[in-house]
Design a protein around this ligand. Structure first.
Ligand SMILES: Cc1cc2nc3c(=O)[nH]c(=O)nc-3n(C[C@H](O)[C@H](O)[C@H](O)COP(=O)(O)OP(=O)(O)OC[C@H]3O[C@@H](n4cnc5c(N)ncnc54)[C@H](O)[C@@H]3O)c2cc1C
Length: 405
């Protein structure tokens, strides 16, 4: 089949990979000038297979007043009717039972994604600053430790190998923690988690696909419309013409709704803005990736660089000045915690901001639609890099099943 994938982020390129392995003639089209230049560009880099917790939870509900009144530096919120409606849907998924169920569901997908990532690396041998780093989530306070213990018990029943370490035990594994301004009370340690540069992955995999399969990439062209005939998709319209297609897969992240709405489809995707700064590694840069849970950011070591990424803003508008201010905030908070982790004074600070495509139940939308031949693979929220391989493979299976039926 001729399959058009809209979006060359990590999700779109991974989807193109599995579709190409199935023998389809795949065309990937993106409005950006190259692959991985949307939300995948400079994300946290964590392949966070063991930390799959849903956003909605009783802890989130307790933190809500602080978030709504902007008392949490790591999360700024501009309330709007649309956000409030979406927030109500999120609250419906925030009971303990729902939150545990959804976190386990993501964990199951993440485990599969890990297996697929290893197979993909073996098959393609692509470079993307991949590192088998392990991950530590620093937590403080008896409540947070008790809560972490419960979640770990739940996931470990399904084969997860997370453990809780004291700050000292964690520092034996990751000596850079000794150079933090304070040792954390405790760390959730996931030895099997990894890091990699998502943009490099998208770029290297698209090169591999171009050289080894019939997949082709079109950049700098925005899909303005999806054409149908007799209830079946038949083309994606771009300024230079029509891309004739037997199937179309929308992997357009936060841009997915704009494409689908004219066909009467509306996804519950809301953008949650985050930021990153990439700096040269400091004298005591951690090798293990570290998440500072209470401050909502991560340190990831990508080759000789350190990426500091995080924060969670629900905003209506955001300009360059605001991004500058938020990345300054990120640097200040990170520096206070880990003064020697990065060269904070470096002239070359790569500042970036991207918008996570969030869903109220923290599950990506991977499905066929009421329009024959039209598929969706979007809404991966905080974990699109982690879930890209499993999502791409699942979507390719749906296309295959659609073709067979
Ligand atoms: C600060 C931050 C840190 C993060 N850290 C992590 C992390 O450590 N681990 C993790 O797993 N995830 C992380 N994430 C989440 C992850 O980056 C996203 O879930 C993921 O990038 C989503 O990928 P995507 O391919 O769906 O979207 P994108 O990368 O945004 O790709 C969508 C593409 O579609 C294209 N597009 C949209 N509309 C059109 C159109 N009409 N025509 C043509 N092209 C179109 C866009 O140009 C874009 O390139 C983080 C996100 C942020 C913001």
């Amino acid at each position: 089949m001729r399959v058009t994938v809209i979006g060359a982020g990590v999700v779109g390129v991974a989807t193109a990979y599995y579709l190409s392995l199935d023998g389809h003639d795949v065309t990937v089209v993106d409005s950006n000038p190259g692959p991985g230049e949307g939300t995948s560009f400079a994300n946290g880099g964590q392949l966070s297979y063991s930390f799959s917790d849903a956003l909605g939870s009783p802890e989130f509900v307790r933190a809500l007043p602080g978030l709504v009144f902007n008392r949490d530096e790591g999360a700024q919120v501009s309330l709007s009717p649309g956000l409030m409606l979406w927030g109500l849907r999120l609250l419906r998924h925030s009971s303990r039972k729902q939150s545990d169920r959804l976190s386990l569901e993501t964990y199951r997908k993440a485990l599969h994604s890990n297996e697929l990532m290893q197979a993909l690396r073996e098959r393609t041998n692509i470079e993307f600053d991949y590192f088998d780093s392990g991950k530590m989530i620093s937590i403080s306070g008896a409540d947070a430790i008790r809560r972490a213990d419960n979640t770990i018990r739940l996931k470990n029943q399904y084969g997860c190998d997370n453990v809780i370490l004291t700050g000292w035990e964690a520092a034996e594994i990751e000596p850079a923690l000794k150079a933090f301004s304070e040792l954390p009370d405790a760390c959730i340690y996931s030895p099997g988690d990894q890091v990699g540069d998502a943009r490099m992955f998208a770029a290297s995999l698209s090169e591999w696909l171009t050289s080894n399969t019939s997949c082709q990439f079109i950049y700098g062209e925005s899909v303005s419309r999806l054409s149908t005939a007799s209830g079946r998709i038949n083309a994606a319209e771009v300024p230079s013409g029509s891309i004739e297609s037997d199937a179309v897969v929308v992997c357009a992240g936060t841009g997915s709704n704009a494409l689908l709405r004219p066909l009467g489809l509306k996804l519950p995707i809301r953008g949650m803005r985050g930021y990153s700064v990439t700096l040269p590694a400091g004298e005591h840069a951690p090798v293990t990736s570290i998440t500072a849970l209470a401050q909502h950011f991560v340190f990831s070591r990508l080759g000789n660089r350190v990426r500091i990424a995080g924060f969670a803003d629900f905003l209506n508008e955001c300009d360059d000045r605001y991004i500058r201010q938020r990345t300054d905030d990120l640097i200040r908070v990170a520096r206070a915690i880990a003064p020697a982790a990065a060269d904070y004074e470096a002239d070359e600070k790569h500042r970036w901001s991207g918008v996570r495509p969030m869903t109220p139940d923290s599950q990506p939308i991977i499905s066929a639609t009421a329009v024959n031949g039209l598929f969706i693979n979007a809404g991966h929220g905080m974990l699109g890099w982690t879930l890209a391989c499993a999502s791409g493979e699942t979507l390719a299976t749906l296309v295959r099943e659609g073709a067979e039926s």
